[in-house]
Write a protein that binds this ligand. Structure first.
Ligand SMILES: Cc1ncc(C[n+]2csc(CCOP(=O)(O)OP(=O)(O)O)c2C)c(N)n1
Ligand code: SF4
Ligand SMILES: [Mg+2]
Length: 351
């Protein structure tokens, strides 16, 4: 892969976070994507989110598949663990890594082709198993890297740049994630950093499968009139249901607000999600309500964004499997090798 390394020097008065890192410490190589690609804005939002939650870069593992979107982990968090898997296979590789080392924070980055076309089965099983991860799909409705074929998220009736009309029904990954049992489901837009940064912060701190579908226009192949994934279309049809702020456990709630206008949701790690309602009748902790709301909005041609569902009490795959609390590479020989008595017991149970 071609890339350009960024110079390491930075202005001495750049703001630092609680760990003493500047925003530059969360950047990666210089992007080789098309200038104006939505995916670059998502990379910038990831950098901002990790800086703001004081994440230690070496504690994050970023995994992706294949596509322009899946190239982006090279452009942020240069000091984190990274792995580019095969097309559509990020979820299973991430699941394995997570089971082996539960101490890392997992970020999966994928595209609509990577997750809704070739990798749909992998996406489904990561969601239903509750793999503890933040899963971002950079959704442009096309296979950008291979020159703009419709992906499975392209809406029926949407027109390609050459005027071909898509006759297949589009897959809504948000609706699917909800149905599959993801415990944090959100949608956002690469052009709305104010909405996207808090969603990424909340997804990274959520325990369980956290999914964010980010509409991210491909300016080279899917930003024309007739496309339902263009900047203009998404801006015109975007209906946010709420506005989110994330407060980490150590931060006191300083914001002053009218009682009742904010909902507070406390997560496993002690962080608090402060949700300001935009749609009066929307409750992000009501699973059935979220599914109904989405379908109604879809029928009305609206693109619903914001934190659509969260279960703050969610359990993850480790809880379900009853795995050891330590990462596997930290177990001693004594912990790994069963005693003769334990082995006898296992053998006896099998007779
Ligand atoms: C097994 C396999 N099949 C097909 C391809 C070709 N291929 C590379 S990227 C891609 C689609 C990428 O689309 P998406 O995930 O939406 O990413 P984008 O480029 O749009 O960000 C395809 C079909 C491949 N690399 N591997
Ligand atoms: S082809 Fe599309 S998705 Fe790929 S870098 Fe260019 S604008 Fe982005
Ligand atoms: Mg795509």
């Amino acid at each position: 892969m071609t890339y350009i390394a960024k110079p390491e020097f930075h202005h001495p008065s750049l703001r630092t976070n609680a760990l003493g890192f500047t925003r530059r410490d969360y950047e990666g190589k210089v992007s080789t994507l098309c200038a104006g690609c939505g995916h670059d804005s998502i990379s910038a939002a990831v950098v901002q989110a990790c800086f703001e939650i004081d994440l230690e870069p070496h504690r994050l593992a970023k995994l992706s598949g294949i596509g322009c979107s899946s190239k982006t982990p090279d452009y942020f968090l240069g000091a984190s663990h990274g792995f580019n898997t095969v097309h559509g296979r990020m979820p299973s590789v991430l699941t394995g890594a997570n089971l082996a080392n539960r101490d890392l924070i997992y970020l999966g980055v994928s595209g609509d082709g990577d997750s809704a076309s070739i990798g749909l089965g992998q996406f489904a099983h990561a969601m239903r198993r509750g793999v503890n991860m933040a899963y971002i799909v950079e959704n442009n409705g096309v296979y950008g890297l291979t020159k703009g074929q419709f992906s499975a998220t392209a809406d029926k009736g949407s027109k390609s740049k050459k005027g071909v009309v898509n006759s297949d029904s589009g897959i809504d990954l948000v609706a699917l994630a909800l149905q599959l049992g993801a415990t944090f489901v959100a949608r956002s837009f690469s052009g709305d950093k104010d909405q996207l940064v808090p969603l990424i912060k909340a997804a990274l701190t959520h325990k369980g499968a956290a999914f964010i579908d980010v509409l991210s226009p491909c300016i080279a192949f899917n930003n024309h009139k007739g496309s339902t994934k263009s900047f203009d279309w998404v801006r015109e049809h975007n209906e946010a249901v709420n506005k989110l702020d994330v407060l980490m456990a150590r931060m006191a709630i300083k914001a002053s607000y009218e009682p009742g206008s904010l909902t507070e949701v406390t997560q496993h790690d002690g962080s608090t999600l402060l949700l300001r309602k935009i749609a009066e009748d929307y409750d992000p902790t009501d699973h059935v309500g979220a599914i109904n709301y989405l379908q109604q909005a879809h029928a009305a041609g609206e693109i619903v964004t914001g934190l659509l569902y969260v279960d703050p009490e969610a359990e993850d795959l480790h809880d379900a499997l009853g795995t050891v609390k330590k990462p596997l590479n930290a177990l001693s020989d004594a912990e790994l090798v069963p005693s003769a008595a334990a082995l006898d017991k296992v053998n006896a149970a099998l007779r």
